[in-house]
Design a protein around this ligand. Structure first.
Ligand code: G6P
Length: 586
């Protein structure tokens, strides 16, 4: 996580990097900092909090070269001292960094022994001291040497008091942009897209140096120069705005009126080819993290139910335990909104090392996963700004449902179902519906616990529902498989405990209703999300009868509930505490 941006060119650099930083805030927002060079001196400005709240007149730094950083802390508290950029002892080098230096303790001890003075608890600070130590060899050699010494996934940018910039990428994203006599280095393209659409992708284990208005790329391992192509990105400048909405989260929830249509609109021959590959693969793993991990789990149920095909889902951070089963016949389906999540990238790397094929379901075009996968689908949800994933989730679910139907040889049927579902979602998302859910949020806002149950396709959605509620309202929420309740969690139910039952018109409907009864008999307050009302429900939220697309329609009211809970509790629905949208550390 963490967002990096650097600028070198003829213009005032600080306003450019601050604006860029605001576009990277989804990567972390606990603190931020900027450094610029003026008169061969590096000056730094750091703050705790969100850069979005920064007042530009307070940042008095000048100069044509600057680096900036928005932090999601891993090592050291959320303080100005721990915010980046970090400076060397002599103040001649400044570093911003994304990732973790896994061997920082050992490096720090050595550097302290050599007389270096540390001012922060951050692992990043070792990088700038190491650069200072190696600086006599010239910037390129110093960066190459230091990058080679760091363990773990990371990307860093160094700025010198002479106004040079160098950067290294080992496992964390970094992209270079080329303007008119100027260069940008950033964690992601939107950070500089309003200035240039000419990008040069920095690949893993590569570094770059910008000196005398020239950019050069090198292999970290050999130091040999690498020739790079400049690619023109066909994107409009990142213009996702809130419009009439108060928050991105509710805007993105409402956008599901459109995004489902766009998700389904995939190249049919590609869907059929990939479905055939899934059918013929000797072991398929669906891999993702967080919400995308729950989508993967739903995928396992979808393929079992629709195509009678067994797929394995795995949380990407747990995938190392399954590595022994990877062969060249394995297929990995990586699901990720950002295409940058570190644990998913590691799973892909291990699949590729065994020559397994990798297909990704992504939302961000141009992401690292898109470039390292053998094939990819873009789920077309459009920019998702809120940290809490909504429209990307349902778009991923739609594409997986389509693939499952295609694997069963019933692509047409699947497409019709999803088109009907998109149309039903369009009708469902209206102000009356929102108001009905807001009233429920009023009832739930002071509760300490909320439980969610579901079976079959809606079991993973019960887990996803818990994530939504936790993220926005900070209420303890937990999802369970309906049948598991009586094996322990039912002990948590007492008078008035809210429990949401996700009920579809499917083969497990009666059992799920029975589970809701069991909770109600012990005093639980039952909220039913279902196409039909039932006596057991104390509060009913109607959803369309969507058959195998029920996970899509059942999660949407939960997304609205999560939003309403945040608003009622006076919390920030777009940037919940402690979270980041793109998690590029393990
Ligand atoms: C973060 C986000 C989640 C997301 C997860 C995986 O935790 O806050 O919304 O599900 O990362 O991200 P990805 O980009 O791989 O889908």
């Amino acid at each position: 996580m963490c967002g990096i941006i650097a600028y070198k060119g003829p213009r005032e650099a600080v306003p450019i990097v601050i604006e860029g930083l605001k576009k990277l805030e989804y990567r972390g927002y606990d603190s931020w900092g900027v450094a610029s060079v003026s008169g061969k001196r590096i000056a730094v400005h750091k703050k705790v909090g969100k850069v979005g709240k920064a007042v530009s007149s307070e940042i008095r730094l000048k100069g044509n070269t600057a680096i900036a950083h928005t932090r999601w802390g891993t090592h050291g508290g959320i303080t100005e001292k721990n915010a980046h950029p970090h400076l060397s002892c002599d103040g001649k080098y400044a570093v911003v960094h994304n990732g973790i230096v896994e061997n920082y303790q050992e490096l720090k001890k050595k550097l302290i022994g050599e007389g270096h003075k540390f001012v922060s608890e951050s692992d990043t600070e070792v990088i700038v001291h190491l650069i200072e130590k190696e600086a006599g060899k010239g910037l390129k050699n110093a960066v190459q040497k230091v990058a080679g010494e760091l363990k773990g996934r990371s990307a860093f940018v160094v700025m010198t008091a002479e106004g040079e910039i160098a950067a290294s990428r080992k496992g964390s994203p970094l992209i270079a942009g080329k303007g008119n006599g100027e260069y940008y280095i950033a964690s992601d393209i939107p950070a500089f897209l309003e200035h240039t659409n000419k990008v040069m992708y920095v690949d893993d284990n590569e570094m770059l140096v910008i000196e005398d208005s020239e950019i050069k790329f090198y292999s970290i391992a050999t130091g040999k120069e690498i020739q790079k192509r400049t690619v023109e990105i066909d994107w409009k400048s990142e213009s996702a705005e809130k419009g009439d909405y108060k928050h991105f989260l509710i805007k993105e929830i409402m956008e599901q009126k459109d995004t489902l249509w766009r998700a389904i609109n995939q190249d049919e021959s590609k869907i059929i080819n990939v479905a055939n590959e899934i059918k013929n693969a000797y072991g398929t793993f669906l891999v993702g993290c967080g919400t995308a991990g729950k989508v993967c789990m739903t995928g396992e149920y979808l393929f079992a139910k629709i195509a009678a095909k067994h797929l394995n889902h795995a949380i990407a951070s747990e995938f190392p335990s399954y590595e022994p089963f990877l062969t060249s016949k394995t297929l990995m389906i990586a699901v990720s909104q950002s295409g940058e999540t570190a644990d998913v990238l590691e799973a892909i790397e291990s699949a590729k090392s065994k020559k397994a094929k990798v297909i990704s379901l992504l939302n961000v075009f141009g992401s690292t996963m898109m470039r390292v996968s053998d094939e990819f689908f873009i789920v077309n949800a459009g920019t998702e700004k809120a940290v809490v994933s909504t429209k990307a989730t349902t778009a991923q679910l739609a594409v997986l449902t389509l693939l499952a139907y295609a694997a069963a040889g019933k692509l047409g049927e699947g497409k019709r179902l999803l088109l009907d579902t998109a149309s039903a979602v369009n009708d469902m998302l209206n102000p009356r519906y929102e108001e009905h859910i807001r009233k429920l949020a009023e009832r739930l806002r002071s509760n300490e616990n909320i439980y969610i149950i579901g079976r079959s396709l809606n079991y993973p959605m019960a887990l996803e529902a818990a994530i939504k509620i936790q993220e926005t309202s900070y209420i303890h929420a937990e999802g369970f498989a309906g049948g598991e309740l009586k094996h322990g969690p039912i002990a948590l139910i007492s008078k008035g405990t809210p429990c949401i039952a996700l009920v579809a018109n499917d083969h497990v409907k009666d059992e799920t209703i029975s589970n809701a009864m069991e909770i109600k008999s012990r005093g639980g307050y039952i909220i039913g999300i279902s196409p039909e009302n039932n006596d057991v429900f104390d509060y009913w939220i109607k959803v369309p009868d969507a058959g195998n697309a029920s996970p899509i329609v059942n999660i949407i009211p939960i997304q609205i509930l999560a939003y309403q809970l945040a608003v009622l509790k006076g919390l920030d629905p777009d940037m919940p505490r402690n979270l980041a949208k793109s998690v590029t550390v393990k």
